[in-house]
Write a protein that binds this ligand. Structure first.
Ligand SMILES: NC(=O)c1ccc[n+]([C@@H]2O[C@H](COP(=O)([O-])OP(=O)(O)OC[C@H]3O[C@@H](n4cnc5c(N)ncnc54)[C@H](O)[C@@H]3O)[C@@H](O)[C@H]2O)c1
Length: 364
């Protein structure tokens, strides 16, 4: 741990910043020292809500990057701004955590991989779902051989309605409706990043993807890219799919987005179910394992979705202090992005798209 806490600067103090702040506020090795938003009143409001009275408020990312007390920059901006913000942060010598997706095209992703790998300091793409406690436990069980060899992954993404969800400002919805800013639809590309990341996390890189991406009216004149179905093949005769269905009258228990996520992984001798993501439907076990005729429920897991942010942030503070491989590296995030963009390409072309599988070398 360095002598003084890591100075954290957050760029973009919109909806999701509340979940990034939790661990930075709690961890003895970090301190939020600067906030930046083009709406400084919003940033000042966040500072007050987080109990920070000695934090700098900037309207411009360059002003935040010029601050020597900022060691680590957390970039929480609309997707079309990710590339320039991340390049500037790397160039200024900061440690960088960039929210997903890393960029909105492979060309942009390549530039970011080059810059991140040439940079001296840690760079991470923030993909929190792989840090969700039921996902962590499922991966441990699979590594222990609990289901044998995984053969398929089935992911359900199911937004609905919720009386308990947090409020999402209209501005946060509006940019997601403009694909030149978001890079793709709100469910299959934006939220879908987490689902492609889960498939990649459990099964590795897909070699072929075949997608139908639907379109439906939502509310207040907005649209959703649902119903949609993305299927894929992995090397070794393994398969998977992501199904996205919007159920407008389905009540979902959540403190965040009105969305439920369910995952089923089938192996040669068992099956694992992850029954919660953003929210949950009733009280199923967050994780369940069937094997050798017996069903085991794992109910002693933390399921609050914010835990995935807490653990992801804690991991990166540790990497910044002690070194090690960030999750995700830029190159790993490029693989997830390529998977997601492959689905879009397939839906546009109406045919399967092949993806050249690449092995990421171990970090020195
Ligand atoms: N991991 C997750 O589960 C998850 C969930 C939600 C959002 N996200 C990601 O977080 C990021 C932000 O999403 P959000 O929902 O908080 O969006 P948001 O619209 O609520 O917040 C974006 C903020 O950026 C500010 N901004 C825009 N342009 C700016 C500029 N040039 N300089 C400074 N500030 C600027 C806006 O004023 C706004 O406050 C996106 O990458 C999104 O994909 C991830």
């Amino acid at each position: 741990m360095s002598a003084r806490p890591l100075g954290v600067g957050i760029v973009g103090t919109g909806r999701i910043s509340d979940l990034h702040a939790i661990e930075y506020l709690a961890h003895p090795g970090a301190r939020i020292v600067a906030l930046c938003d083009r709406d400084p009143a919003l940033a000042a409001g966040r500072a007050a809500a987080w109990g920070l009275d000695d934090v700098a408020i900037e309207e411009d990312i360059d002003a935040l990057l010029a601050r020597h007390e900022v060691d680590l920059v957390e970039i929480l901006l609309p997707h079309h701004l990710h590339l320039d913000a991340a390049l500037a942060a790397i160039a200024s010598g900061k440690i960088v955590s960039l929210q997903k997706p890393m960029a909105i095209s492979l060309e942009q992703a390549d530039r970011l991989v080059d810059a991140a790998e040439a940079g001296e300091r840690p760079f991470k793409v923030f993909e929190n779902f792989v840090f969700h406690p039921p996902v962590i436990r499922a991966r441990e069980l699979i590594a222990e051989g609990a289901i044998g060899s995984p053969l398929s992954i089935r992911i359900k993404s199911n937004p609905g309605r919720s009386d308990t969800a947090w409020e999402v400002p209209e501005s946060a919805t509006a940019w997601r409706q403009r694909t030149e800013q978001s890079g793709g639809g709100p469910l299959v590309f934006d939220d879908g990043h987490h689902k492609f990341a889960l498939a990649w996390h459990f099964m590795g890189e897909a070699q072929e993807v075949h997608a139908f991406i639907g379109h439906s009216e939502w509310e207040d004149g907005y649209w959703l890219d649902a119903p949609s179905l993305v299927s894929f093949r992995f090397p070794g005769n393994r398969i998977g799919n992501i199904e996205v269905v919007h159920s407008p009258e389905l009540e979902i228990d959540t403190r965040h987005y009105a969305q439920d996520d369910r995952v089923e992984i089938t192996g040669t001798r068992g099956v694992i179910w992850i029954n919660c993501g953003h929210g949950r439907l009733g009280d199923p076990p967050p994780l369940a394992l069937y094997r050798d005729g017996a069903l085991t429920e794992y109910r002693d897991l933390e399921t609050g979705w914010e835990q995935s942010f807490v653990l992801s942030t804690r991991h990166f503070i540790d990497v910044a202090a002690r070194g090690g491989r960030p999750v995700l590296t830029a190159r790993e995030a490029r693989q997830v992005l390529r998977f997601a963009l492959g689905a879009q390409e397939s839906a546009r072309a109406g045919r399967p798209v092949r993806i050249e599988v690449e092995t990421i070398p171990e970090m020195p």
